[in-house]
Design a protein around this ligand. Structure first.
Ligand code: ZN
Ligand code: FE
Length: 259
C-alpha cells in the first residue's frame, strides 16, 4: 500500500505527497501552491521525484514554477489535452507512469467533464482523480458535458471497490448535505455524515475514501439507482433515463441549489 499524506493549501485543497516506503522520496500530486509543499518536503527530508497534474486549473498547477525553482530536474506529468506549465510528459488514456523510487506504477485514465482534458492516475490501489470524483460528490462541468462526465464517472465506478479515492478538495460535508436532498433515507449516507462530521470536528481530512463507499452514498455515481432516478425526475418534473440523463439532472440540481 502506498504511503500518501496531504498537504493543505488555500481554503480546502489537498496536495497529495506519495512517499517511498523508506520515506526518502515523494511524488507531488496537483501542487496548487509551492510554499506548503516545500515546507513539507523539507520537514521530512524528502526528495521529490515527480509532479503529477490532473488538470490545468490554477489551484492544481500554480505551484509548479516554485517547485521547479528549487528542483529544476523534476519530471512534470500532465494531461496531453491541456496546457500545463513546464510539462515534461504528456499523458493520455492507457499511458503508464513509472516511479521506481516509490516502487509505484500508475495507469492514466481520461476523465473529461470538469475540464476537457482531465486525467486521473490509478495504481497501487489508489486513484488520484483531481476534481472529477469528490468524496460524496463530483466536480462541476466547466468544460465538458454531462454525457462525458457520466462516462468518466462510470469508468471510475468500475474500478475495484477497495480503491482509495484521493480527490483534491475537502468538500465532503457540503456534498453530503446535498446528497441528503437526493436520498434522504439512504442509511449508508446518514452513517457517512456522522463519520465525516466526527473527522472534521477533530480537524482531520475525510479524504481518501473507499470507492465502495462512494458507490453506496455518492449520488453522482448512483445514476442507475431507482431512488436517485426518481428523485431527479421529481426535481425535473419529467421522466428521465438512467445513466447520463439522471446524472446530468443531479448535477444541475446541485448547481442550482448550492454554490
Ligand atoms: Zn478544478
Ligand atoms: Fe480544484
Amino acid at each position: 500500500m502506498l504511503n500518501v499524506t496531504p498537504v493543505r493549501a488555500f481554503q480546502d485543497n489537498y496536495i497529495w505527497l506519495i512517499r517511498s516506503p523508506d520515506n526518502r522520496f515523494a511524488a507531488i500530486v496537483d501542487p496548487g501552491d509551492a510554499r506548503p509543499v516545500l515546507q513539507a518536503l523539507q520537514a521530512d527530508n524528502l526528495t521529490p521525484v515527480a509532479i503529477l497534474i490532473t488538470h490545468h486549473h490554477g489551484d492544481h498547477t500554480g505551484g509548479i514554477g516554485g517547485l521547479l525553482e528549487q528542483y529544476p530536474d523534476l519530471a512534470v506529468y500532465g494531461p496531453a489535452g491541456e496546457r500545463i506549465p513546464s510539462r515534461t510528459r504528456a499523458l493520455k488514456e492507457g499511458d503508464t507512469v513509472e516511479l521506481p523510487e516509490l516502487g509505484a506504477r500508475f495507469t492514466v485514465l481520461d476523465v473529461p467533464g470538469h475540464t476537457a482534458g482531465h486525467i486521473a492516475y490509478y495504481g497501487e490501489g489508489a486513484l488520484f482523480c483531481g476534481d472529477t470524483v469528490f468524496a460524496n460528490g463530483c466536480g462541476r462541468l466547466f468544460e465538458g458535458t454531462a454525457v462525458q462526465m457520466h462516462a468518466s464517472l462510470s469508468k471510475i465506478a468500475a474500478l475495484p471497490g477497495d480503491t482509495l479515492v484521493y480527490c483534491a478538495h475537502e468538500y465532503t460535508l457540503d456534498n453530503i448535505a446535498f446528497a441528503k436532498w437526493v436520498e434522504p433515507d439512504n442509511p449508508d449516507l446518514l452513517q457517512r455524515e456522522q463519520d465525516s462530521k466526527a473527522l472534521r470536528e477533530r480537524g482531520l481530512p475525510t479524504v481518501p475514501s473507499r470507492l465502495e463507499l462512494e458507490r453506496r452514498t455518492n449520488p453522482f455515481l448512483r445514476f442507475d439507482e431507482s431512488t436517485v432516478i426518481r428523485a431527479a425526475q421529481k426535481f425535473a418534473g419529467r421522466p428521465l433515463g438512467a445513466g447520463a440523463e439522471t446524472f446530468g439532472m443531479v448535477r444541475y440540481w446541485k448547481d442550482s441549489k448550492f454554490d
